[in-house]
Unconditional design. Sequence first.
Length: 329
Amino acid sequence: MATLSLFSVVVFLHLTVVLFVSEPTNAQGLKVGFYKNACPSVEAIVEQTTAHFLSRAPSLAAPLLRMHFHDCFVRGCDGSVLLNATAANKQTEKTAVPNQSLRGFQVIDAVKSAVEKVCPGVVSCADIIALVARDAVVFDKGPFWEVPTGRRDGRVSNASEALQFLPPPFANISDLKSRFQAKGLSVKDLVVLSAAHTIGTSHCFNFNNRLYNFTGKGDTDPSMDPNYIARLKNKCKPGDNTTLVEMDPGSRKTFDADYYTLVAKRRGLFQSDAALLTDSETRAYVKLQASTHGSTFFKDFGVSMVNMGNIGVLTGFAGEIRKHCAFVN
């Protein structure tokens, strides 16, 4: 009996180990409702906290959406864009030029703090970014989509990688397609996600070359509507690094399909916007949404955001669940 009992214990322990090891494999990837048991109120907490900030500072909606893009395109959606510089690493993604205009980190910190009070050590900062981005879009009258969760937080953040992987505002269509393809995203994802420019503002220096010195000869970008150029020149003078301009004039606080109408009229603010008219597939999508008032845009945007949210995610035992989003544990 003693031998049998010992054997039984060994078998039990073996099965326990097998089940324990197998569980992360079954849980690999993301799923809607990942925190259903461990933190069932997480999405309500994120929504309420985000709305609290946006009701007082509506202009934060666009930066919070942009933050999700900037996180996912560098090392995947792992919260690395949130990490502060330290004595050991003075050049994190936050310090890179493309990220120096990011705003809303205080919203992420506040959401994390609120979630930690209810479910300590359970919800990742990477998931919080994804949920906040969705709720910011909804706040600006955009679409709702189910956000698959289960991401874990990365421990590495390098400014050089932000410069390498983030699509610049002056990118042409070949560059854009290459950068999106490298992240597993389709050409449709590219043209759909570009419409995030329907909300928010940009500094003049991101497009001033199109107004004053496009080819280095003091000329303007011929792909841009001359009337729009004249309007922009009234707001942005040469060398202006501080003035902010609406990316979707008259509608920057409403998430809608007006972006495509502007691009179709050659009034996209950035070269990367204008580039969508230089490819048959992206041009067809722009014209479809412009002519049908965004008939499929909201649905498409949710799908493409989920696709983007899958880039390079850490799951299972990879990474960590940060206690504070700005620092590794």
